[in-house]
Design a protein around this ligand. Structure first.
Ligand code: OGA
Ligand code: NI
Length: 358
């Protein structure tokens, strides 16, 4: 039998196999392909230029063993306003929980393709779980070299009932622990915005509907031609990312068109500010552009925990931020509209936030 995909396959055959038949990039790589198919080849201007790299030591690493220390709060808030990106260590999520989760992500993507396909949107038993590929295949011009399993956090009962057995326990254990980290981070960040206590309404706007995503970037024959994830900022309030030691995550640097690699630090969690917090803080905190490039030799996993508002929450600059008469930069928008807008186009850097600008 001839392989389903070969170097002579047309673009539409590739898209059909990966997207419509739900084999994903993982399925594509498993066919033994040795070159990058056309639908994955980025235009020159979207390829990462290695001459534009800046040194890694820019990104702050913050020890949060004492969350209540005002110096720790200062470091978090400073990093969030200057960079929108930092790493935290001694955050209280045990190393074992982190390692188990990364292994579980590998285990899911190593399932036979027929098993994985049970979680495609059209087959999935629940909206709480969905296997996807690329970013928004219907909307983007070039596909991204990534598959992901989206686990929406509604309740423990939902997760227990529907998340795949191969990664359920590890994901649940992690979510319970990382929720505490989320609360601590948001308390620190909002204190600086003049919010004394996060009440139920604010909590709903900040963190009611988190999503845990198990991202899988299979080895790529020519990563320099492709994007694992294209340039974007996250639409979340904040994102807490666990990455492995493969490397490949870059954030926008300080000089024009430069990029900074985010090094793997054992036990650390990478934090980035999302558009929602940029909007709520009226630009005190900034979401920063970042991107991922796959590896030639290792299957990379990363696991972002997207801390998102409730889908019907209305987001806009917080009253506390505007209390001193500051002019609002953003209008109020319903989060689900913002979210839909994000997925209605390919990744396009920092443009999503324009949707909410006055
Ligand atoms: C994302 C993302 C980074 C990574 O999923 O939004 O930016 O390292 N991921 O996988
Ligand atoms: Ni991101």
């Amino acid at each position: 039998m001839s392989p389903p995909i070969s170097s002579s396959s047309s673009s539409s055959d590739v898209i059909d196999f990966v997207v419509h038949k739900g084999n994903g990039v993982k399925g594509l790589v498993d066919t033994g392909l040795e070159t990058v198919p056309e639908p994955y080849i980025q235009p020159l201007e979207e390829r990462l230029d290695p001459t534009k790299f800046q040194p890694e030591n820019f990104i702050p690493i913050i020890d949060v063993s004492n969350w209540d220390d005002p110096k720790v709060v200062d470091s978090i808030c400073d990093a969030a306003s200057k960079w929108g990106f930092f790493q935290i260590v001694n955050h209280g999520v045990p190393l074992e929980v982190l390692e188990n989760l990364k292994s579980a992500a590998h285990s899911f993507f190593q399932l036979p393709s027929e098993e994985r396909k049970k979680y495609l949107k059209e087959n999935s038993p629940s909206e709480a779980v969905c296997l996807c590929t690329s970013f928004s295949p219907q909307a983007e011009k070039v596909l991204e070299w990534k598959d992901f399993l989206r686990l929406s956090w509604v309740s423990e009962d939902q997760a227990s009932a529907f998340w795949p057995p191969v990664c359920k326990e590890e994901a649940l254990e992690y979510v319970k622990k990382v929720e505490l980290v989320t609360k601590r981070l948001l308390e620190a960040l909002l204190k600086r915005l003049g919010v004394k206590e996060i009440d139920k309404t604010t909590e709903y706007k900040l963190m009611a509907s988190p999503i845990l995503s198990l991202n899988y970037y299979p080895c790529c024959p020519s990563p320099e031609l492709t994007a694992g994830v294209g340039r974007h900022s996250d639409v979340s309030t904040i994102t807490i990312l666990l990455q492995d030691d493969t490397g490949g995550l870059y954030v926008r640097g300080t000089s024009e068109d430069s990029w900074i690699h985010v090094p793997h630090v054992t036990g650390a969690l990478v934090i980035n500010i999302g558009d929602v917090l940029q909007i709520m803080s009226n630009d005190k905190y900034k979401s920063i552009e970042h991107r991922v490039i796959a590896s030639r030799s290792k299957n990379r996993v990363s696991i972002p925990f997207f801390v998102n508002p409730g889908s019907d929450a209305t987001i806009g600059p917080l009253p506390e931020v505007l209390a001193s008469g500051e002019t609002p930069i953003y209008k109020h928008v319903v989060f689900s509209d913002y979210f839909k807008h994000f997925f209605s186009k390919g990744h396009d850097g920092k443009k999503t936030v324009e949707f909410a600008r006055i």
